[in-house]
Design a protein around this ligand. Structure first.
Ligand SMILES: N[C@@H](CCC(=O)N[C@@H](CS)C(=O)NCC(=O)O)C(=O)O
Length: 203
């Protein structure tokens, strides 16, 4: 078994789990609930991943993999079916979308961290900037024709990012003015791999 440092709250972990389910590999992964965040270093995790972040995957031979794009690409080598990381030139689009979805998560997590600070220390200009960037991402995605193309790692990253907005930033109401993206996301959300890995705020 591979061992995955896991949390039901982490969207990057969720992306890895959705990939594992899509590829029929979930039963080869033992999940280990790992609590990160805050200001207390997780020394045990940092011995495996000095960044102290999840997801971190430990292979059967002890090889350690991070971060989530690397783990997803590794999992994609373990099967003979249609690849989530396609060959060139489709690969370029898939990787750009992976970067877009992960970039949306990076912004959302920075914003979430800001929200946890005392209100008088929160930076309104930063939060306005993050909101504008997320809005620009959703605007751009409305024109991406996601529904018309073969399902790739880019689709998974974008679907996970939009679901994370629902999970933590429902007040952004990202569906407004984005009917094509909303319809695509509804279909994404109904995939068995996505349903099997719901985000849960377990603390
Ligand atoms: N680029 C990384 C980001 C992973 C990440 O930031 N994970 C968060 C949990 S959602 C984490 O481990 N945070 C703890 C920390 O930054 O100390 C990836 O794609 O795996």
């Amino acid at each position: 078994m591979m061992k995955l440092h896991w949390s039901p709250r982490s969207p990057y972990v969720r992306k890895v789990m959705v990939v594992a389910h899509e590829l029929g590999l979930a039963d080869r992964i033992e999940i280990v609930r790992t609590v990160v965040g805050g200001t207390t270093p997780h020394r045990e995790l940092m011995r495996e991943n000095p960044l102290g972040k999840i997801p971190t995957l430990v292979l059967e031979d002890g090889t350690i993999l991070y971060d989530s794009p690397v783990i997803c690409e590794y999992l994609d080598t373990l099967h003979d079916g249609a690849k989530l990381f396609p060959a060139w030139p489709e690969r370029l689009t898939a990787l750009r979308r992976l970067a877009l979805g992960d970039g949306m998560l990076d912004i959302a997590l920075a914003w979430l961290g800001e929200r946890f600070r005392p209100i008088e220390r929160q930076s309104e200009p930063h939060m306005a900037l993050w909101q504008a960037k997320l809005r620009a991402c959703v605007d751009a995605l409305e024109h991406e024709a996601l529904a018309d193309e073969r399902f790739t790692i880019g689709h998974i990253a974008i679907g996970i990012a939009l679901s994370y907005l629902d999970f933590r930033f429902a007040d952004l109401t990202w569906r407004e003015g984005h009917p094509l993206l909303a319809a695509w996301h509804a279909a994404f959300d109904a995939r068995p791999s996505v349903v099997a890995n719901p985000p849960i705020d377990d603390r």
